[in-house]
Design a protein around this ligand. Sequence first.
Ligand code: DGL
Length: 267
Amino acid sequence: MIGVFDSGFGGLAVLREFLLVLPEYDYLYLGDNARIPYGTRSDRVVQRFTEQAVDYLLRQGCQLVVLACHTASARALRRIQQIYLPARYPTRRVLGVLIPTVEEALARSRAKRIGVIATEGTVTSLSFELELKKLDPEVEVVQQACPLLVPIIESGEQDWEGTTMILRRYLAPFQDGRVDTLILGCTHYSILKDQVRALLRDGQELICSGQATAAKLVEYLRRHRGLEGRLTRGGTRRYLSTDLTPRFQQLASLFMGQAIDSEVVEL
Ligand code: DGL
């Protein structure tokens, strides 16, 4: 199976992109809705929660886990790849969304001036900036934390007129047109894609991590035939969550684009 993890149900928007290009595999999705948000928490806590979730997915038999959560990718992925996996599951792989997203942004940006909107946790980790500069030391990066957006989306208020006001304020640093490419650096923000696009200037590119990560995953599986050969191809999907409320079910349908049945699990 391919495991897909997010702090909540926002990662379903990433899974949706995987299903478009790699529908043949079996997928196991896990959303840590009982402990969302990760974006306001310390490194230590994000690492502990993410490791528990990854451990759960690997124990279920996932050969590959993708952290759809940007905060987890920014703050916990490296430790998992460098310490946890070699000690516990040396043949399994855990990947994140940051590197595919950064590669896509650099490929699309002509001016090499890239903006990032993300949770506070992702912005303060500086991970996007570090990864962008690793690939192109000349790139200029403008980051903006948007702490109000996840609670707005979690409360189902994305269409409220106040959301546009808040977005306008968060997007102000990008409205002078210097930045030609903006990364939506949080799973939840995919829901606001059209509203964000409407506030950008003509010609400014918008990068969604789901699409970028799905395209890179296709290439990754082509290059890693051993791992690919261990993935089962039954076309099944299972959705797990650490908590379930009617609101979560509603959010799940919104991100997935269709109603889904989720099961509650304890990590
Ligand atoms: N999944 C998180 C991310 O992509 C957003 C929600 C949260 O703060 O946990 O950064």
